[in-house]
Each structure stands twice: as structure tokens, then as C-alpha cells.
Design a protein around this ligand. Structure first.
Ligand code: NAD
Length: 367
């Protein structure tokens, strides 16, 4: 049993981490939590009355003596809190994005190697059932190679979604949400891209970026495009991907859906009817107008994929093997994001090799 303590008890802890831990309670014991806000601690006490809660992070580490610390605070605190946890001899399960710059990420990676501890980042979207199922089809004879991927989000921010630290960020959309999309693109293509070009217009003059349009090229002409749109007044779509293979396509979407579709496929003059009910997300196999459901996620895919990812991390620690999603791996995702912001500012294509270069290596944890 791993002893786990949590720093930061806000939205991600309450909506994602605590439900995830409940799904893998045979693997971990929750030994403490800390938050600087008294009202947040009161909220967590209601659902976890026996969990020791602290105001101070260091005091929690000293008193609760966790094996793993989950860092669920805003990104500007991740570097310092990761380093403090490593100094205390803990492994770290840090919320995305790991750090606010590649230099900060390198400091964490170096400190983890020196301490003989693992830092894994909860960039968990690849571990949703829909994305695992899609990945499993890539390279199969009926799908072939993945040639092109398009990702799109249309989201209307509210005062709640932009509360506190998020509204202070100038690089908000690509850095804080887009990190999931860049991570998925790396997961599906399974190789480093060569260059990218980003356009991030801000016609409403808001402090944070509101529209990210990014084109990414891989060797041999394979490519991906991303459109993250917080300007549209149209219907919200949390995240839709379309993966174009040599012989078929796969469409994935996160977000509940209940609907009846009817219409006419004009080219074939054939009517169609479909009834859709999906709670958390779906992956659909497509071959022209023929389609079939490949996989679905439950009501909270963010929690179930976190449980999958953290469960894998705990197993890797027990077996002293390399976990997935290490800080060094996540650094490559951050590299694409920072390159995209540079590309948008400089209004040009950016070669990715200098961003992706890192002298560090993944190392196994010291028992
Ligand atoms: N993986 C995902 O799907 C996902 C989803 C949402 C958020 N996140 C990430 O989780 C992190 C937190 O986001 P959130 O939405 O929960 O933010 P939040 O503002 O709701 O919660 C952050 C909490 O940290 C607390 N805090 C601040 N300073 C602290 C300190 N020094 N010590 C202890 N606690 C402190 C705050 O009081 C707050 O309760 C961010 O990095 C965000 O990007 C990840």
C-alpha cells in the first residue's frame, strides 16, 4: 500500500483525484491533505472526516510521511513543491502542466534523478478508454498508418472556469488546456514532430489567449492540426479528435451526448437514423458513411483515466520499472507548447529540435 498525501484541495482534487483514488483504494492509503484556504479544508473534511488536513505543506510532509505526494496546486507552485517533496524523499504525482518553463522542468527532472525518486505528471487524457481504443487500432491492417489528426475544442469560459489564478495567465489556453491536446498528439503519433506553425489572434484584446490554431508536421508528411476556440458563441464541444488512417478514420469526442440524428446521405441518396447516448465520451470507427462504436468512457473520464495512470505509477514503483508519463516525457509536451507560443509571436514556422533537446535521461527510482 502506497501512502499518498495531496497538496491543494481545490477543483482537480475534489472532482478528479478523490474519485480516482476511490477507484484504486486497494493500491493506496490517503494519509494527508493540505490547502491554504480554510473553507476548502472544511469542504474536504465533509467527504473525508478522518483524513488529517494541514494548512502548511511542509508540516504535512513531516507529519503524514507520504511515499507519494500529489501536487494539485496552481502551476506557478509546482516547481517549488516538487523540489520540496523530493527533498523529503517522496515520489511525486504532479498535475499538468509540470512547470512554467522548460528550464523549470529541467530543474525538477535533475532533482528527481539526484534524489532517486520519480516525478510523474497527470496528463491523463491518453488513458481514457476512447483514446486507448483508438491507439490500439493504429497500425492494424484495417486502419494502417496514422496520416493526419485534427483536434478541436469550442468552449465558453465563465467566471467560474476563469476564477483565481487562471484569469492571471497570459498564456492560458494552450498552456493550461492545450497541454492535453499536445499530449494526445504525441501519444497517437508516437514520434517527435519536426516543426510547427501557430496563429493566436486575440480580436477581443483579453489578457489570456482566446484562440490557438496550430499546425504540426512530422517526418514524411504526416501532420496534425489543433483549433482551440474560446471566441465562438456557438455550441460547446469539449474535445473532438479525428484520426485519419490509410484505410479508415476514428472520431473521438469527450462530453456527454444524447441525441437523435436523421438525414440523407446525399451522394448515395440513402436516409440514415441514429440514436446516441454517451455519458463521458466515445470513439467511433468510420469508413465513409459506415460507422460503429469502438469504445466509450463513463460519466467522469477525467477521474477514471487518472486512476488508470496513477495505478500504473504505483505498480511501476512496486516493480522498480519506469512509469509512463515521467517529467522527462512531459517535457516534450511542454516543448511543443512553448514552441507554439514562440511561433505565434514571431509569425513563422518553428523547428522543434532545439525545444525537444534535453540532456536528461529517465532513471529508475532508488528502492
Ligand atoms: N488533469 C486534469 O484533467 C486537470 C483538470 C483541472 C485542473 N488541473 C490542474 O490541477 C491544478 C490545480 O487546478 P484546480 O482547478 O484544482 O485549481 P483550484 O484553484 O481549484 O485549486 C488549487 C488549490 O490549491 C490551493 N493552494 C494554493 N496555494 C497553496 C499552497 N501553497 N499550499 C497548499 N495549497 C495551496 C488553493 O487554495 C486551491 O484550493 C492545475 O495545475 C491545473 O492545471 C488538471
Amino acid at each position: 500500500m502506497i501512502r499518498l498525501a495531496i497538496a491543494g484541495l481545490g477543483a482537480v482534487t475534489q472532482n478528479i483525484h478523490l474519485p480516482a483514488y476511490a477507484q484504486i483504494q486497494d493500491k493506496l492509503t490517503l494519509v494527508g491533505g493540505c490547502d491554504v484556504q480554510p473553507e476548502t479544508r472544511v469542504l474536504v473534511t465533509k467527504s473525508h472526516p478522518t483524513l488529517p488536513l494541514f494548512e502548511n505543506y511542509e508540516e504535512m510532509l513531516r507529519t503524514a510521511k507520504p511515499d507519494v505526494v500529489a501536487i494539485c496546486t496552481p502551476p506557478f507552485l509546482h516547481r517549488e513543491q516538487c523540489l520540496t517533496a523530493l527533498r523529503a524523499g517522496c515520489h511525486v504525482f504532479c498535475e499538468k502542466p509540470l512547470a512554467e518553463s522548460l528550464d523549470e522542468a529541467d530543474v525538477i527532472i535533475t532533482a528527481a534523478a539526484a534524489a532517486g525518486r520519480q516525478v510523474v505528471v497527470n496528463s491523463q487524457f491518453p488513458y481514457m478508454q476512447i483514446h486507448l481504443a483508438a491507439k490500439a487500432r493504429i497500425g492494424q491492417p484495417d486502419f494502417g498508418r496514422l496520416l493526419y489528426l485534427h483536434a478541436t475544442q469550442t468552449f465558453r469560459p465563465t467566471p467560474q472556469t476563469e476564477g483565481t489564478w487562471r484569469r492571471e495567465m497570459t498564456r492560458r489556453l494552450g498552456f493550461e488546456f492545450g497541454v492535453h491536446v499536445f499530449e494526445l498528439i504525441r501519444f497517437f503519433f508516437d514520434e517527435d514532430p519536426v516543426r510547427l506553425c501557430a496563429h493566436m489572434p486575440n480580436p477581443v484584446g483579453s489578457k489570456s489567449d482566446v484562440l490557438n490554431s496550430v499546425n504540426i508536421e512530422f517526418a514524411g508528411g504526416r501532420s496534425a492540426s489543433i483549433l482551440l476556440d474560446r471566441l465562438s458563441r456557438g455550441p460547446e464541444r469539449y474535445l473532438d479528435l479525428r484520426l485519419d488512417g490509410e484505410h479508415a478514420a476514428i472520431a473521438t469526442s469527450i462530453g456527454g451526448e444524447l441525441g437523435f440524428e436523421a438525414g440523407l446521405h446525399t451522394r448515395e441518396r440513402k436516409p440514415f437514423f441514429a440514436f446516441n447516448f454517451v455519458k463521458g465520451g466515445k470513439a467511433v470507427w468510420q469508413d465513409g458513411n459506415r460507422s460503429r462504436l469502438l469504445a466509450q468512457d463513463g460519466i467522469n473520464p477525467f477521474a477514471s483515466s487518472t486512476a488508470y495512470h496513477l495505478g500504473g505509477f504505483i505498480t511501476a514503483l512496486a516493480q522498480n520499472t519506469l512509469p509512463r508519463g515521467t517529467a522527462l516525457d512531459h517535457r516534450k509536451t511542454l516543448a511543443l507548447i512553448f514552441a507554439a507560443y514562440d511561433s505565434a509571436e514571431q509569425k513563422r514556422w518553428v523547428d522543434l529540435a532545439p525545444y525537444l533537446a534535453s540532456g536528461a535521461k529517465n532513471t529508475l527510482a532508488q528502492p
